[in-house]
Design a protein around this ligand. Structure first.
Ligand code: EPU
Length: 467
């Protein structure tokens, strides 16, 4: 499938007409320390899980990002009282009085995030019906929801798709089901978990996703009273229980944000310590980072630092000062190389000597951003073929899903328009690595998933400014 040039041009026009632009004076190595908080892709789901409890939940280390605001708004519309707790980043969610919201009110959130689809099961359990607006999220492929709908129907839900959104009801309640996903989808696995925990009977889910964020969601649900077993071979078994209670939870750290800053350190020839980054969730990334020639040092929690007691650990990432090496990598489901690590790291690969190969097997259209890198002097060619070791679902289907990157290339400044969240961060890194002054349009999109990124850039010594 070709790049959606019409959508890209529309976005260009939309953002270049606003003041949503960051001026980046590139060429300075990023140096310093920043901290990552709870993972965006867990926190938003943990907030949805709070709907299932009969008592309030407390979630800690919640980042101030737009996706959190969207879910907060949706919860509040459904009668959940959401307030900030005493601690910085603490969120208290009281679902005692869950109530229906009007379609118009819910539709205000249409197109803003993918998370609303996960409210189906919890709302069906709490209210017997649900309305889900048109979904948003990044434009990185068609992103269908067929796995979700099929699973919900197997639980006994009646799903009615209309142009305005999706109406659901469960006239006979929800009951456990034997399910198998065609692909280990993160969202569909979460959908099944959030629905099965209170469905009557046992649910078996085969070919489930087992990303660390999913295991953390299972931990939350277990805290709430759920009975979930993760078997070998991607099989998850859930015994439905009649009631669940609130939880207290500190989420896993954001391993996508951590890897994004790691890539920024490499691309700008800098050194960044990411406090909060956790080795166990990033092992595949760390191996690739080392193979490229990047240096890293892992400090566990509680390892004493001079003058700091009970210090929080992290990972320091830095450029070796010598030439980076080209690598071949394939994105995949966990424990493979995450698709969300791909774009920021490709910017670093433009600086490696030789030919790197990237085979994107999770999303069919996640290489469009390479055009912008080429406009800055990179040499990246995209292909329809599966250039990795294994043929994937997208081979022979006309999707440009493999990239060959020849390096090292000297990047020069350019005017850039951010197309989606992760590619957006990649654009930003490229502008920071390039010589000269770039204008990066649409940077507010980065706030969807990166807390305080402008403050963090300032802390790392980046020369950026708003016009
Ligand atoms: N898929 C279907 N049908 C479905 C569901 C998924 O065909 O009903 C396909 C998708 O089109 C895709 C593949 O399955 O090709 C994987 O999609 P998945 O459902 O795993 O992704 P997701 O749940 O929509 C989450 C993250 C993404 C992350 C992916 C993969 C959230 C909110 N989003 O998306 O994160 O890339 O899992 O790990 O958790 C991001 O943070 O920028 C982001 C895009």
């Amino acid at each position: 499938m070709p790049l959606d040039h019409r959508a890209l041009s529309a976005r260009r026009l939309e953002v270049t007409l606003t003041d949503d632009v960051l001026i980046v004076h590139g060429g300075t190595p990023l140096q310093g320390q920043i901290r990552v908080r709870g993972a965006k892709n867990l926190v938003s789901k943990a907030m949805v899980a709070a709907l299932l409890g009969e008592t309030p939940s407390r979630l800690f280390d919640v980042p101030r990002i737009r996706d959190v605001e969207v879910v907060r708004g949706l919860l509040e519309l459904h009668g959940v009282k959401v307030s900030d707790g005493a601690e910085d980043g603490e969120l208290v969610m009281d679902p005692t009085n869950v109530e229906s919201a009007s379609t118009d009110e819910i539709n205000v959130h249409a197109g803003s995030s993918r998370i609303p689809i996960l409210l189906c099961g919890p709302l069906l359990h709490r209210l017997g019906h649900a309305f889900i607006p048109d979904l948003g999220g990044c434009h990185i492929g068609p992103r269908p929801i067929d796995f979700h709908i099929k699973a919900l129907r197997e639980f006994g839900a009646v799903v009615d798709k209309t142009p305005e959104g999706m109406h659901l009801s469960a006239p006979n309640g929800l009951h456990g089901a034997k399910l198998e996903l065609p692909y280990p989808s993160v969202g569909a696995t979460e959908q099944v978990l959030l629905t099965a925990v209170r469905a009557e009977g046992v649910t078996e889910l085969r070919n489930a996703a087992i990303e660390p964020e999913i295991i953390d969601l299972i931990c939350i649900l277990q805290k709430m009273g759920a009975i979930i077993t993760v078997h070998t071979d991607r099989m998850i078994e859930i015994q439905g229980v009649p009631r669940l209670y609130g939880y207290e939870h500190k989420p896993i750290p954001d391993r996508i944000e951590a890897a994004s800053w790691a890539a920024a350190a490499l691309a700008t020839r800098g050194e960044i310590e990411v406090i909060g980054a956790r080795q166990a969730d990033m092992m595949t990334f760390l191996n690739v980072y080392r193979n490229i020639g990047g240096e890293l040092k892992i400090t566990d929690d509680r390892v004493a630092r001079p003058g700091v007691s009970g210090a929080e650990g992290g990972i320091k990432f830095w450029h070796p000062g010598t030439e980076l090496k080209a690598v071949a990598l394939e994105t995949d489901v966990h424990p493979g190389f995450m698709t969300d690590w791909q774009q920021p790291l490709v910017v670093a690969l433009t600086q490696a000597r030789g030919i790197s190969i990237v085979h994107e097997t999770v999303y069919e259209q996640r290489l469009g951003y390479t055009e912008a890198l080429n406009s800055m002097g990179a040499t990246i060619q995209v292909y329809r073929d599966c250039l990795g070791g294994t043929p994937c679902r997208f081979g022979r289907r006309n999707f440009m899903h493999s990239a060959v990157i020849a390096g090292p290339s000297k990047l020069h400044a350019a005017d850039l328009v951010i197309p989606d969240l992760r590619a957006g961060f990649a654009h930003l890194i490229a502008a920071l690595a390039a010589e000269g002054t770039s204008r990066v349009y649409g940077v507010n999109l980065i706030k969807r998933g990166y807390e305080d990124f402008e403050q963090k850039l300032a802390a790392l010594g980046a020369h950026v400014e708003r016009p």
